[in-house]
Design a protein around this ligand. Structure first.
Ligand code: AMP
Length: 225
């Protein structure tokens, strides 16, 4: 099963991709996580990427593609994946298609729809575990122990690019560079649009319903081929 989660920052792509990962048994691959790991490790790529990430701009395609291609070559991604935050430009979408030319790149592209004002509310309260990446919201999903992760007790932090100004910039970047991908995938018959408002379990149920049995079957058929 090869899926892409599309949607503005804060639409819930990460949360939904993690839920799907357990359900479908294929890894969530988030370009933002790969980039943040490179920044933390202070690799050359990470140092260069940070300049763009801090102001909410897109990291250049060649850098992102290098990380994603490397990640997709790992054995756990051969049975499929759930891409989260990638592709974000037409160039990235075409590069992804080229990587899987032989047997059709994707099974479905899931677009999560959430209005901008809701996104700003969501992101400003968002906290992430430094250790395991679990996500919380100070109002909607608060941690049991303030500032610490329920699962691993890791420290919770606010991402540097989650400030309101940077979020507004990221929303503009989404509208200009990424939203056109909805039409691109619609034309290929891959797009399913899902209402992203509601509790994570409700949104997840909508996604699973939309994916339906046919998508699961086509993935199985490919695994057998
Ligand atoms: P995310 O965690 O997906 O919200 O991504 C955080 C930041 O990483 C974005 O604001 C971009 O600066 C950068 N980034 C993540 N994925 C991509 C991508 N596919 N293309 C370009 N930049 C990206």
């Amino acid at each position: 099963m090869r899926l892409v989660m599309l949607g503005p920052p804060g639409a819930g792509k990460g949360t939904q991709a993690r839920m799907l990962q357990e359900r479908l048994g294929v890894p969530q691959i988030a370009s933002g996580d790969l980039l943040r790991a490179a920044v933390q490790d202070r690799t050359q790529l990470g140092i260069e990427a940070k300049r763009y990430m801090d102001r909410g701009a897109l990291v250049p395609d060649d850098l992102v593609l290098k990380l994603i291609e490397e990640r997709l070559r790992k054995p756990d991604a051969t049975a499929g994946f759930i891409l989260d935050g990638f592709p974000r430009t037409r160039e990235q979408a075409e590069a992804l298609a080229a990587m899987y030319k032989r047997n059709g790149a994707l099974d479905r592209v899931i677009a999560l729809n959430v209005p901008d004002e809701e996104i700003i509310k969501r992101i400003s309260g968002r906290r992430t575990c430094r250790n395991c990446g679990a996500m919380y919201h100070l109002v909607f999903d608060p941690p049991m122990n303030q500032n610490h992760c329920n699962q691993c007790n890791g420290e919770l932090y606010q991402r540097e690019d989650d400030s309101e100004d940077t979020v507004r910039m990221r929303l503009q970047v989404y509208a200009a560079a990424t939203r056109p991908l909805l039409e691109y995938y619609e034309r290929q018959g891959l797009l399913v649009q899902v209402d992203g408002i509601g509790r994570p379990e409700e949104v997840s149920a909508r996604i699973l319903k939309q994916l339906g049995v046919d998508a699961l079957n086509s993935a199985k058929a490919r695994t057998k081929a």
